[in-house]
Design a protein around this ligand. Sequence first.
Ligand SMILES: CC(=[NH2+])C(=O)[O-]
Length: 128
Amino acid sequence: MSYEISTENAPAAIGPYVQGVDLGSMVMTSGQIPVDPKTGNVPEDIAAQTRQSLANVKAILEKAGLGVANIVKTTVFVKDLNDFGTVNATYEEFFKQHNAPFPARSCVEVARLPKDVKIEIEAIAVRK
Ligand SMILES: CC(=[NH2+])C(=O)[O-]
């Protein structure tokens, strides 16, 4: 049995999916594009987009009572792998800021992302 996670602190789904699902021992988020849930805006540069996508992931986990330290795996989709260095630096800063260990991760370049953003990040977290 899984339970939908729904929060106003992350962008509403823009298609037939939910923000996240809570399986009890595990939580999975949908891919988070860098839409600010309060304004609907997307920041311009890749560092700010990375921060916003991660903030959206965090908000979904928090609604389920979990935090950044519960993340065990992420998948990072980028529009341009030339941004790899900036994405890594921003991503590293986020996990350090939250005193969380780095999870396992996959990072891939994709042809296009919804709303033509530069990055989308999804996460799997475990309830310890
Ligand atoms: C943005 C997203 N997660 C989707 O599936 O369109």
